[in-house]
Design a protein around this ligand. Structure first.
Ligand SMILES: Cc1cc2nc3c(=O)[nH]c(=O)nc-3n(C[C@H](O)[C@H](O)[C@H](O)COP(=O)(O)OP(=O)(O)OC[C@H]3O[C@@H](n4cnc5c(N)ncnc54)[C@H](O)[C@@H]3O)c2cc1C
Length: 307
């Protein structure tokens, strides 16, 4: 079996897997279609000098191993309010710090996967290249699309379910009320975070807020355009804060088709050992970044045990 491993997906799952393999001396390459590392642990930065964690909000965990890994990232992780650790200065910095020293290719969409003479081959921009053994660390529906409906993984992957999530990112003038750092509720305002109160976010021209809707509201509004969605959600945020409409200086929306896993696989990954193919992600174990990290870590241990 070749010692080259290609990991598709540079979210916390793929990077956790790559880190372990790299430290064990394997030749590892990570490929991601996004412009930035981190996947759903993401930070949106705007031309106006604002930033928003519009995906994962915090990394509260009871897993001592995950907590220890986070502590090892030094300044890229800091405590926030009474919630637990967050990325510093943004959520994506956690995965970026984990990826230090790794070979990560960004902006490269893997559109095909096939068996070659010496392991797997992957297609990027219609060019096939050797990949050795492959670990898929992408959301289950995307893994299914890549592998095809006839692949043995397709059936278990189809059982995984996710909630959608529509998200508002808002900037308010600094004199607007800031009555809390975070709050949970229902409907459009299922989660509200004063994003700018997280560590190392100071110095922005506006007070930044992130509001995420619950799965029902999100499913009902998943096809609404971003501008309309922002117009619909912003008044809800202002109402929750007790702020006036002229406090609102910036609003934009984002939709996550796959946000948090509502029905996980129930095992840390899928394996086709005979062919050197694994698939994992948060979807294997549960709805949090910790679950992705645990899946990626388990895939690495499996690959190392396999030689
Ligand atoms: C709105 C929201 C709120 C959340 N809140 C929390 C929270 O508070 N706490 C918490 O712990 N978790 C939270 N989560 C969940 C957390 O973000 C995920 O569990 C975690 O980020 C999953 O990591 P992953 O690596 O498995 O997948 P992802 O982060 O989705 O990474 C997959 C990567 O694969 C790449 N990719 C996909 N297809 C391809 C392809 N064909 N070729 C190349 N690259 C590809 C993508 O670009 C992406 O970077 C939240 C998620 C969302 C969306």
């Amino acid at each position: 079996m070749t010692d080259q491993v290609t990991i598709i997906g540079a979210g916390i799952t793929g990077i956790a897997c790559a880190r372990h393999l790299h430290r064990a001396g394997l030749k590892v390459r990570v490929i991601d279609k996004g412009r930035n590392i981190g996947g759903r642990m993401s930070t949106r930065r705007t031309r106006q000098g604002l930033q928003f964690d519009h995906g994962a909000q915090d990394l509260a965990t009871t897993d001592p191993d995950f907590a220890q890994m986070l502590r090892g990232l030094g300044g890229a992780v800091a405590p926030w309010a009474d919630r637990g650790p967050v990325g510093s200065p943004g959520m994506s910095d956690v995965v970026r710090a984990m990826a230090r020293d790794l070979d990560v290719t960004q902006g490269a969409m893997v559109a095909g996967l096939r068996r070659g003479d010496a392991g797997w081959q992957i297609a990027i921009d219609d060019i096939w290249q050797d990949a050795g053994r492959v670990a898929l660390a992408i959301p289950a529906p995307q893994a299914r699309d890549l592998l095809g409906a006839d692949h043995p993984f397709a059936e278990p992957l189809a059982k995984v379910a996710y909630d959608p999530c529509v998200t508002l990112m808002a900037g308010l003038s600094p004199d607007a009320p800031q009555p809390f750092r975070w709050k949970s509720g229902t409907g459009a305002a299922a989660w509200i975070a004063h994003d700018g109160s997280k560590p190392d976010r100071q110095g922005q021209p506006l007070a930044t807020w992130v509001m995420q809707a619950d799965p029902d509201f999100s499913a009902q509004h998943i096809d609404v355009g971003f501008d309309q969605l922002a117009c619909m959600m912003a008044p809800v945020l202002l109402d929750q804060l007790g702020a006036a409409s002229d406090h609102l200086q910036y609003a934009s929306a984002h939709r996550w088709l796959y946000s948090r896993v509502s029905r996980p696989l129930g095992q840390p990954f899928l394996a086709d050992d005979g062919n050197g193919l694994l698939a994992g992600g948060d979807w294997a174990l549960g709805p949090t970044a910790r679950d992705g990290w645990a899946s990626g870590t388990a895939m690495a241990a499996h690959l190392l045990a396999d030689g």
